[in-house]
Design a protein around this ligand. Structure first.
Ligand SMILES: CC(C)(COP(=O)(O)OP(=O)(O)OC[C@H]1O[C@@H](n2cnc3c(N)ncnc32)[C@H](O)[C@@H]1OP(=O)(O)O)[C@@H](O)C(=O)NCCC(=O)NCCS
Length: 202
């Protein structure tokens, strides 16, 4: 398997792959000229993929993950689940998504492609998490929450039950979200309030 992106996030991905003994990592693709190895694995600048190659995008930025996965469409994107994550019944998880250590995803939740459910995040029952979302460490979504494409729920934030969080939003670290959030909004605080809007992008 190849990893795309040699960041700190990549180290956590390597840890999951090695602990679960899932795949052999061939190399990490990154164009940063000062990097030559991460966790003992060689960095390469580019790879010509074959159709049966597995690729995992180890980049935390939601927009960049989207761009790369749209560029490389003919490879296999695995799903990575840490052995200490808890996944409830009837949960569906799409390709390229990682569920990290200590995370809990409860029954009947649907998680889209290329998402990050980070360390100790809690995604309760009946959530709908669209593609390219990042639920940061220790964030908690109560039941029946929906999160639109590309949104980041910040570290330690919580969202009460039944809310709709729009696409490409940023929920600030530690925010307490008590009402729906419109597309592209950046919200912070307790109770959370909109401070600005993210730029729409292609
Ligand atoms: C919300 C966030 C994106 C805003 O970042 P930013 O655009 O650089 O905004 P600024 O730092 O300029 O802050 C703007 C204002 O919002 C306040 N603010 C920013 N983040 C806040 C937060 N999480 N909670 C409360 N207030 C916050 C700032 O104090 C500042 O207030 P002021 O105008 O009164 O001084 C960022 O602070 C944040 O919380 N990011 C989440 C990071 C995270 O969870 N990372 C996990 C990685 S795994």
């Amino acid at each position: 398997m190849y990893l795309f992106g040699g960041s700190g996030h990549c180290k956590v991905i390597i840890d999951i792959i090695k602990k679960n003994n899932l795949y052999e990592i061939t190399s990490i693709i990154d164009d940063n000229p000062v990097l030559d190895k991460i966790c003992g694995i060689d960095i390469v600048r580019r790879v010509k993929f074959n159709e049966d190659d597995s690729l995992f995008i180890s980049i935390g930025d939601n927009k960049i993950r989207k761009k790369i996965s749209n560029k490389y469409t003919n490879v296999n994107y695995p799903i990575l689940i840490h052995s200490n994550a808890v996944i409830g019944i009837n949960v569906s998880i799409a390709r390229g998504t990682v569920i990290m250590a200590g995370a809990i995803v409860n029954s009947d939740t649907r998680i889209g492609k290329q998402c990050i459910i980070n360390t100790s995040a809690v995604v309760e029952h009946d959530n709908i998490i669209e593609d390219f979302v990042h639920i940061s460490p220790n964030a908690t979504l109560a039941g029946n929450v929906s999160v639109g494409e590309g949104t980041q729920i910040g570290i330690g934030a919580c969202v009460i039950q039944g809310l709709k969080i729009g696409k490409w939003c940023t929920i600030g670290a530690g925010s307490v979200v008590l009402k729906d959030v419109p597309d592209f909004a950046v919200v912070v605080g307790n109770p959370s309030k909109i401070i600005k809007y993210n730029k729409e992008h292609e």
